[in-house]
Structures are given as C-alpha cells and as structure tokens.
Design a protein around this ligand. Structure first.
Ligand SMILES: [Zn+2]
Length: 161
C-alpha cells in the first residue's frame, strides 16, 4: 500500500479550477493482482479545496472524494480489452499515477458550487440591508426571484448521476 500527499502545485489543472487548497490531496493506493493476473491499483483520493460560491462569490470549502480501480496496461490494445470496472493506467512511471489522481479530483469537482442557504453571504446580506422591505414583500407574496435559480435548474438537469 502506498500512502502520500500530492500538493496543489503538482496539479496545475486542478489548481486552475479551484480557489485554493490548504492541504495536499491524501492519496492511498492498494496494489494487488486480480485472478487474471492483472496489476490492479485501488485508488482512493480525498482533498479539501476552497472554491468560489457562484451566488455570493466568496469562498467555500468542499471535500472532494474519489475511488477508482486502475489496471496497469502497457499498450492501447490492452487498455481497450479491460473489463469496464477498471480504468486503464498506461504505465510509464509514477507520474502517470499522479496524473490519474488529478483527473479523479477534477471529475469529483462540481461544475457549480454554492454555500448552504444559511451560510451564503448573499442571503445574509439581503436580510440585513432590506429588512423592512423584505417583510412587506413576503407578506405580499412577491419574493424576489433568485437570478441564479435558472443555474440551479440547469445543474439539477445536467446531473451525471
Ligand atoms: Zn455563497
């Protein structure tokens, strides 16, 4: 079993997609052979990153988690022939594994991130500044439409799961 940390500095594509990261990604790799003799690496990655809330544009912290089963292959043909439960890891060195870790983290990163309603600066700010008005609006049933409501719908519709 290999355990280690992979810093943001070694993952430029991830670094470009997030605001910051306080700690390196925790990477755990369990190596084994399957019944057909393949070299298998069970990859477990977790990382806490700060991203921008798309509603209030301040940072929020999210946890990224990824698990995958990699099978070492040496040719594209071997990669094509793998059972679907495996992802091919074309082995040319340790750096490929780190690339894979970065890929997994990028896949785990949501396209849009938002604070919980109770923690988002936009909602808190609105309540504080238009308190008098808010009550009137609410009693009339004319709550302002959230301009990002559309985005939320898109996100729900485009969910891969
Ligand atoms: Zn927010």
């Amino acid at each position: 079993m290999i355990e280690g940390g992979l810093t943001e500095a070694r993952m430029p594509r991830l670094a470009a997609a997030i605001a910051s990261a306080d700690a390196p990604a925790q990477v755990r790799v369990d190596c084994s052979r399957d019944e057909e003799g393949r070299y298998i690496a069970a990859l477990n990655v977790s990382m806490q990153v700060a991203v921008t809330c798309q509603r209030c544009l301040t940072c929020l912290t999210i946890d990224l988690q990824a698990n995958s089963l990699l099978a070492a292959v040496w040719t594209d043909e071997q990669a094509q022939a793998l059972p679907t439960r495996y992802e091919p890891l074309i082995t040319e060195g340790e750096s490929d594994l780190w690339q894979m870790v970065e890929d997994e983290l990028l896949l785990a990163l949501p396209a849009f991130s938002y604070h919980d309603d109770s923690q988002c600066a936009v909602k808190a700010g609105m309540t504080a500044s238009d308190k008098g008005v808010t009550n009137v609006n609410e009693s009339l049933g004319q709550r302002k439409e959230n301009p990002f409501g559309v985005l939320a719908t898109l996100k729900a519709g485009g969910n891969r799961d």
